[in-house]
Design a protein around this ligand. Structure first.
Ligand code: C5P
Length: 300
């Protein structure tokens, strides 16, 4: 049995940070949505746990969320167990698009199936939250309101084919997320008001516009990522619209009217020598591409 999944990225349409908590994390409120930029994860039986990044060498298991997710599920269910996990990366790494997290969630779902250990959604959510704050969201994907440290997820009806254009500057920071949270100041904090208003619009099936979007990391990201402000201004100028951070950045997104507009803006951004993508919102966290020997599944 070999399973292949397309693991979708996310965009934080809003992200408000409410304040710092006693446990070192921050409370947040975020309207988040999966989009159709995806990594590809293949899972097949093996004697031991192996995770391979295709086209390069084996990933350091400590650093790799896929390997950590597999090891955590094995230990939770009385391991040791084996599987070969191979990953084709297309989502830019550590950009604020949730690439590592979507792969980790897909790993939990796929191995729950391959190993026939049958953990329920609640148990998978618990493991996902241990592995990273935004991994529980990726068990389902689509549109959601995230609260708490990101691990409290309220599902919303998916936006139907909202097109976005992404501009993803490079950076070289290890430990980027922790560093950006540490750079936040009291003035960056807000109530969850704007996020709740945007979530309400999504709940009613209304489209979002630029006035609904907000991100608490804007000041900190401009200060921490060298050259980000310049790329940001250039993107807004060539595309004639506002751009917003996703997550803690440095990925930026702008709203597009339709497919043609998204592709047109992507071409303009490519001329700025920044990685650019035209993407569309999707209703799931992943899609099974092929599934030999059993029926395809979308959910755990
Ligand atoms: O949960 P995750 O591993 O993604 O978090 C990485 C780091 O980001 C945490 O160790 C913490 O420093 C910071 N963080 C935070 N508040 C959150 C999520 C993450 O301060 N809600």
């Amino acid at each position: 049995m070999r399973m292949r999944y397309r693991c979708y990225a996310k965009v934080n349409l809003t992200l408000e940070v409410l304040g710092k908590r006693g446990d070192g994390y921050h409370d947040l409120a975020s309207l988040v949505h999966t989009v159709d930029l995806a990594d590809e994860l293949s899972v097949e039986p093996a004697d031991r746990l192996q995770s391979v990044l295709e086209q390069t060498s084996e990933i350091d298991p400590e650093a790799n969320l896929v390997a950590r997710a597999a090891a955590r599920l094995a230990s939770e269910t009385g391991g040791p167990r084996g599987a070969r996990l191979s990953l084709v990366k297309r989502i830019p790494v550590a950009a604020g698009l949730g690439g590592g997290s979507t792969d980790a969630a897909a790993t939990l779902v796929a191995l729950n199936r391959l190993w026939r250990v049958r953990l329920g959604l609640g148990a998978l959510r618990g493991l996902a939250a241990e592995l990273g704050s935004d991994i529980p969201f990726f068990l389902r994907g689509g549109a959601a309101l995230m609260r708490g440290r990101g691990d409290e997820v309220q599902a919303l009806p998916a936006l139907k084919g909202q097109w976005l254009v992404l501009a993803v500057p490079r950076h070289a920071f290890a430990d980027k997320t922790r560093r950006l949270y540490a750079a936040l100041e009291t003035g960056d904090f807000s109530s969850a008001e704007r996020t709740l208003r945007a979530a309400q619009r999504v709940q009613r099936g209304q489209a979002l516009d630029e006035a609904d979007l907000v991100n608490a990391f804007e000041r900190a990201a401009r200060a921490v990522f060298p050259g980000l402000s310049e790329v940001w201004a250039a993107a807004e100028q060539v595309c004639g619209r506002r751009f917003f951070l996703s997550g803690a950045g440095p990925a930026l997104f702008g709203l597009a009217r339709d497919r043609a507009d998204a592709h047109q803006q992507r071409s303009k951004l490519a001329e700025l020598k920044v990685a650019a993508y035209a993407v569309r919102t999707v209703a799931h966290a992943r899609r099974s591409i092929s599934f030999a020997g059993d029926r395809p599944i979308e959910y755990p």
